[in-house]
Design a protein around this ligand. Structure first.
Ligand SMILES: [Zn+2]
Length: 353
């Protein structure tokens, strides 16, 4: 969960949830959140270590071949940890290892079979995951309640067991993190303000699309919830985010608070928290994407997904919501025709763009 706003690590659980937990009446939740918010230096060490990984680990594989490596961090924060399963090796007895392996494979297959993309960098990069990642609290280590992409690999915590479960359980969370990797090699949007919210948006779009593709769901009937499988069920929480109805994923939850995502430009967050609202304002383009996918019909990855993938390649580091709206309408018109362009424009109009 170490993801302070000044740090470039891209994680699934936003700082506003941690800040709420830091004020919880539950001393366990409070301590967990405070540790996470104070963990900036530990994460910097993790990143430094990750950047020193032998380059052979990221050796390209032959075109279109998956190359997955799963490591066990044994509850610590030294990444990547001990190699426990390589490409082609049999299942292990550890569910987290098998989930990280299977779900990173599904994500690779999605981008490869639909868009011809050969891994994150389109050059066969290895997919490196560390499971059982912990975080230091000064006296020792405790399970991390987060998942993140650190610029070169994925890292997954086991959760605290009270609010969060192990983060590999969710295909949309795994695909969300890997999409941050794809973005690092494409638009590489700055992780702040509107470009940062578009970065989070693309990860949510392809996070859910990989899951819908795997399940064979049509856009009309699909689930647009992110992170259902990583939450311990409670009546006050349904998911980490709801792309179709931003701002409704959790309400008056004792640990999480209430979902702050806006669903329209007139509610755009303009404060400094969460790197200028990267996990908050992503609700606006998320809703536009769902409306466009539903209007275009069929499975969302076939039409809307293709348009958004192409947009992810075309945007630049500082693109704004208005740029994304304009480019997706243009791509829809060029690739799918005038009716599709109209549908995409109408979807953006409904969120105020
Ligand atoms: Zn993210």
């Amino acid at each position: 969960m170490p993801c302070p706003h000044r740090h470039p690590v891209q994680c699934i659980i936003p700082p506003y949830i941690l800040e709420h937990m830091a004020h919880s009446a539950d001393p366990h939740l409070r301590e967990m959140a405070l540790v996470a918010l104070a963990a900036a230096s530990a994460v910097r060490a993790v990143r430094a270590f990750a950047q020193q990984m032998p380059t052979m680990l990221a050796a390209p594989s032959p075109a279109g071949r998956r190359h997955r490596l799963v490591y066990d961090a044994h509850g610590r924060d030294d990444l990547p940890g001990k190699l426990v399963r390589s490409e082609g090796e049999k299942k292990t007895a550890d569910a987290a290892v098998n989930e990280a392996y299977d779900f990173s494979g599904d994500t690779f297959d999605f981008f490869h079979s639909l868009f011809g993309r050969n891994s994150l960098d389109d050059a066969g990069m290895s997919l490196i995951s560390s499971v059982h990642v912990g975080e230091a609290d000064g006296r020792g280590y405790q399970p991390m309640s987060n998942a993140f992409w650190d610029g070169s690999q994925m890292a997954y915590g086991d959760g605290d067991g009270a609010v969060f479960r192990r983060f590999t359980r969710s295909l949309d969370v795994v695909a969300h993190e890997l999409t941050h990797g794809v973005q690092a090699f494409t638009s590489n949007l700055v992780y702040r303000g509107q470009p940062g919210a578009i970065n989070e948006h693309f990860s949510d779009v392809f996070g859910t699309l990989v899951r819908q593709w795997r399940a064979g769901e049509e856009a009309e009937k699909a689930s647009w919830l992110i992170g259902v499988d990583v939450l311990v069920p409670a009546p006050t929480r349904r998911a980490i985010r709801d792309m179709e109805h931003p701002g409704t994923a959790f309400t008056d939850d004792p640990a999480l608070g209430s979902d702050p995502q806006p669903d329209h430009m007139k509610k755009l967050y303009t404060g400094p928290s969460d790197s200028g609202g990267v996990h908050i304002n992503s609700g606006i383009p998320n809703r536009a994407f769902v409306l466009a996918a539903q209007a275009l019909g069929g499975p969302a990855w076939e039409q809307a997904g293709r348009v958004w993938y192409e947009a992810m390649l075309q945007l630049s580091r500082t693109s704004q919501f208005a740029d994304l709206a304009r480019i997706t309408a243009q791509i829809a018109g060029d690739s799918l025709g005038a009716a599709a362009k109209k549908a995409v424009k109408a979807a953006w109009k409904k969120v105020g763009l």
